[in-house]
Ligand binder design. Structure first.
Ligand SMILES: Cc1cc2nc3c(=O)[nH]c(=O)nc-3n(C[C@H](O)[C@H](O)[C@H](O)COP(=O)(O)OP(=O)(O)OC[C@H]3O[C@@H](n4cnc5c(N)ncnc54)[C@H](O)[C@@H]3O)c2cc1C
Length: 595
């Protein structure tokens, strides 16, 4: 069994001391009641639920998996009861609009809760996670009738949702989809086609499932410009909101896969299933993208959640496991050996995980708070600024968090040695579960292209300035503070490198798009390291002032981890910078036949 306790102290530090949650989010219209105190109280309850209800089902869920029989999917033992308790506890509607029965709490809180859920049972989290995605699409783009029909049920969790995009021949390139939607004469549509890899496509947790399906209308423009979005419920919905007959959508099979085995991944066959159009024809991709942006942040948080469990488990194990002696002489002379935490290499693994996790959590909350500001701030200009920051950070959070999440869960196995590779301790499951997050919601290479190809040049670099300006301002502000020199200098240098790489790519990419494509993943990683350096320098700024107080030990740990990040992880930025500047030649030279 893994070791895990929700990192509430760190979250409190971020909300209250680093990011001024009360001044930024709790003052927004509609969130007046959601002070940091309230948020913390809700989180404490959420933490208990995750630790006591979800964590115990994580291993058994992985071993049992989902079962597909006679067109029906059974989730593993205990999932139904846990889901019922989750919905009854109001967790499915935490950040949903009170107009539909939600609790109307900030998205920031939702992000934090998602980390705790992913840390304790990622497979379970997929079911309410997908429902929340469907909720987001409908709240933004559904008609009033669609909203009143579906949103209260998605909010209280009696119905679940899905996102049906992928088809066998159409993954990244959704312009290739073949699913058809034909008007049936009464204002609705007949949907026909096959979708694959649909998470939560069929299960036994809810009485209905609301599929959001991408399909093409007759005569639609080719490619992604001709895609429309439809609601196709598993059971048709009667005028009074009750369940009608079964719709023409059926689960053909479920996938047997590497990880998240308790999350059903389904082939869905649509055979003249009745659906209703969301919004206008041919705008489906746009609608799906507004929802996918939120979903991409949520997937990034999956990486962080799993990495946190890997870290906590590995740290606890490293303090107990006795092997070898410290290089400087026995630390534990009464015992046959020292705990492995004395060894520099084990500490390097642990600190790598810890420094990424705490830096990533700070970045996630900075972005989560910007989501709330973008939605609720009374000033349009402030909303736009926050929205720009979210748009810029989304591909970075999705790709970087999930890449390092996989790396960190692997380091967790490394700390356990062979005991991490066998099933007993649950460490290998974390690696298997982490792998998918690098692939779905747009594979990580596609996130890098989004950053370089869309976000970088958008509005003449306006999105970039939302990040560069606060970093530069912080560096300027801290330059006269000697205690901060060890944190500010590396930040200053990496910011310069990132700006140089940005300019280089903007020039090269205009001449030759392959130059941008070849550099994209290194650029995303360089950007992410800079963003984490900014977070670590800001955390260090708070910590240096707290060293004399009663929480001195907490701040000392922050500073030690900040030093590790700046001196042992941030230097990777030089490698990424060099790779970007090397250009595409070495990538494109080898002839296809030689591969
Ligand atoms: C467990 C699981 C759950 C999933 N859940 C859902 C779901 O709920 N709903 C849903 O609709 N889908 C879902 N998916 C599908 C998932 O989103 C796709 O697998 C993913 O988008 C990639 O598509 P693909 O697998 O067809 O890969 P491909 O598109 O074939 O890509 C293969 C590789 O080529 C790269 N590539 C492709 N095109 C480009 C390009 N233009 N430039 C650079 N690189 C490129 C990709 O990055 C990737 O590495 C799920 C998949 C899995 C495995």
């Amino acid at each position: 069994m893994v070791t895990y306790a929700a990192p509430l102290e760190d979250i409190r530090f971020l909300l209250n001391e680093l990011l001024d949650y009360d001044g930024t989010v709790a003052g927004l219209p509609g969130y007046e009641e959601a002070s940091a105190d309230i948020v913390e109280a809700v989180l404490e309850e959420g933490a208990k639920f995750c630790e006591n209800e979800l964590l115990p089902l994580n291993r058994s869920g992985d071993e049992e998996g989902c079962i597909f029989e006679n067109g029906v999917v059974r989730t593993p033992t205990g999932f139904k009861e846990a889901y019922k308790a989750f919905a009854e506890g109001g967790w499915t509607g935490l950040a949903c609009d009170p107009a539909y029965g939600g609790q109307g709490l900030p998205k920031t809180l939702q992000f934090i809760l998602e980390e705790l859920i992913c840390s304790t049972n990622l497979s379970f989290g997929m079911y309410p996670g997908l429902s929340h995605g469907a909720y987001n699409a409908l709240v933004l783009h559904g008609s009033d009738e669609q909203k009143t029909t579906y949103l209260p049920k998605l909010t209280d969790g009696t119905w679940a949702g899905t996102m049906c995009l992928t088809e066998p021949h159409s993954g990244t390139d959704l312009g290739l989809i073949r699913t058809k939607a034909e008007p049936n004469g009464n204002g609705a549509y007949k949907i026909t086609g096959t979708k694959i890899f649909i998470s939560a496509g069929e299960h036994d947790l809810t009485e209905n499932i609301v599929h959001l399906v991408l399909a093409k209308l007759p005569g639609a423009p080719p490619g992604s410009r001709g895609i429309s979005l439809f609601i196709v419920p598993k059971f048709q919905v009667k005028a009074d909101g009750g369940l009608g007959p079964r719709n023409g959508v059926a689960c053909g099979s479920i996938e047997h896969k590497m990880g998240i085995k308790a999350s059903s991944t389904c082939v869905l066959n649509f055979d003249e299933a009745e659906g209703t159009l969301v919004g206008e024809p041919h705008k489906g991709m746009r609608y799906m993208f507004t929802m996918m942006n939120v979903a991409r942040l949520a997937v990034g948080i999956q990486g962080l959640g799993l990495a946190e469990t890997a870290y906590q488990s590995a740290a606890a194990y490293a303090k107990e496991r006795l092997q070898g002696r410290a290089l400087t002489g026995p630390k534990n002379p009464d015992k046959p050996a020292d705990p492995i935490i004395v060894h520099p290499d084990v500490r390097r693994n642990l600190l790598t995980m810890r420094a990424y996790n705490e830096g990533a959590r700070a970045l996630a909350l900075w972005c989560g708070m910007a989501v709330d500001v973008a939605e609720k701030h009374p000033e349009p200009e402030t909303r736009q600024e926050a929205d720009d920051l979210v748009a810029l950070l989304t591909p970075i959070i999705k790709a970087f968090f999930t890449d390092y999440g996989f790396e960190a869960t692997n380091l967790g196995v490394q700390v356990y040695g062979g005991h991490g590779y066998i099933r007993e301790h649950g460490m290998e499951q974390l690696v298997r579960d982490a792998r998918i997050a690098q692939l779905y919601e747009g594979a990580n290479g596609i996130q890098a292209l989004d950053l370089v190809g869309r976000k970088m040049g958008q509005n003449m670099g306006r999105l970039l300035r939302r990040f560069f300006h606060p970093v530069q301002a912080f560096v300027d502000e801290q330059q006269g503070e000697p205690r901060m020199a060890e944190f500010v200098m590396p930040l200053f240098k990496v910011l310069g490198r990132l700006q140089q790489a940005t300019l280089h790519l903007a020039q090269q990419g205009l001449k030759d798009p392959e130059e941008a494509g070849a550099a994209a993943s290194d650029y995303l990683r360089l950007f992410a390291l800079t963003a984490l350096a900014f977070m670590w320098a800001r955390m260090a700024r708070v910590a240096v002032d707290g060293l004399e107080g009663e929480r001195a030990a907490f701040y000392r740990s922050k500073l030690a981890t900040a030093r590790f990040f700046m001196t042992r992880l941030l230097p990777q930025s030089s490698g990424h910078f060099a790779a970007i500047m090397a250009g595409k030649a070495a990538i494109m030279e080898l002839e296809e036949a030689a591969f």
